[in-house]
Design a protein around this ligand. Structure first.
Ligand code: NAD
Length: 284
């Protein structure tokens, strides 16, 4: 198989991290529905067991593992190999929000930056590193979950935005590095998806909710269901897409980010209402 060939999901072995949660569970289900064997990785064994049970005993393997632990990720890849043969799809997707409340860089709790980066960036790195030997051997595809936060202003959510910009950087570098091989890599950019991670911006923290409403145009902040991400991801993996944007309405902003971002940043800086909300966040 070469990197020009589409990926046949019916003969695929896919490892998915964050598989017990919204996007990871939905993608696992979609890949499984299309015939792939799925290796479901998440922190708690009972939560991945529950997803595996829903999908049925055939072509599922549930593994409780922490993506921040490289050895655990290598062991997950080895277990997948023993059960189904080598992986050809790795979806490095596990991630966490910065917390239940928004904060600024000045008011952030000590250690939160390290915690978010450990899961969202180091965890992706670990997953990719553990899976790459198999993916190279099988001419497969690696997909890394970034976010629109990779390119929009990450005010009051800086650790998360930094982690997602980092994931994008790893994914782009990986795709270029793999160009001389038969394997490929891509980056997933979800917008607002209706999962627990997004709760903070939809009522979980009233101040953060107000800020997101003020800083994001209405059509962009309408959350979509994880199942829509799952369809886009499955299609993107089959076609070895370099970038998957869901919903697609974010594409113009991503494409025009070099032009739009300085204007948008300036608009944020010039909005006194927004500055007042930020001061309220700092005071609480
Ligand atoms: N929901 C959104 O609006 C949105 C937008 C852009 C990007 N994303 C990204 O999509 C990915 C999936 O998030 P989601 O929205 O499905 O949220 P979610 O909370 O439903 O799922 C995340 C899953 O990752 C797991 N996880 C967390 N830390 C882990 C660790 N150390 N090891 C293994 N698993 C771990 C959680 O247990 C959970 O099941 C994340 O990377 C997130 O940042 C989400």
């Amino acid at each position: 198989m070469s990197r020009a060939d589409r990926i046949d999901l019916s003969t695929s072995v896919a490892l998915v991290t964050g598989a017990a949660g919204g996007i990871g569970a939905a993608v696992s289900e979609e890949l499984h529905r299309r015939g792939a064997a799925v290796v479901l990785v998440d922190l708690q064994q009972d939560r991945v067991d529950a997803v595996a049970q829903r999908l049925g005993p055939r072509r599922t393997l549930a593994i409780g593992a922490d993506v921040t632990d490289l050895d655990a990720m290598k062991a997950a890849v080895a277990a997948a190999g023993n059960t189904f043969g080598k992986l050809n799809i790795a979806f490095a997707n596990a991630g966490i929000a910065s917390g239940a409340q928004a904060f600024t860089i000045s008011s952030a709790p000590d250690g939160i930056f390290e915690k978010v980066l450990a899961v969202n960036l180091q965890g992706v790195w670990n997953t990719v590193r553990a899976a790459l030997p198999d993916v190279l051997d099988t001419a497969g595809h690696v997909l890394l979950t970034s976010s629109t936060y990779a390119y929009v202003n990450g005010m009051v959510n800086a650790p998360y935005a930094a982690s997602k910009a980092g994931v994008e950087a790893i994914g782009r570098a990986l795709r270029a590095e793999l160009a001389g091989y038969s394997a490929t890599a891509g980056v997933l950019y979800p917008g607002w998806i209706a999962t627990p991670i997004a709760d903070i911006a939809f009522g979980g923290d009233p101040l953060a909710t107000e800020l997101v409403h003020r800083a994001t145009p209405a059509p962009l902040r309408k959350p979509i269901q994880p199942v829509r991400v799952a369809h886009a991801v499955a299609n993107g993996i089959v076609g070895r897409a370099p970038r998957i944007h869901v919903p697609k309405r974010w594409i113009p902003l991503s494409v025009l980010r070099g032009v739009v971002n300085p204007i948008a940043d300036r608009a944020l800086e010039g909005d006194p209402e927004l500055q007042q909300r930020v001061r309220q966040i700092d005071r609480r």
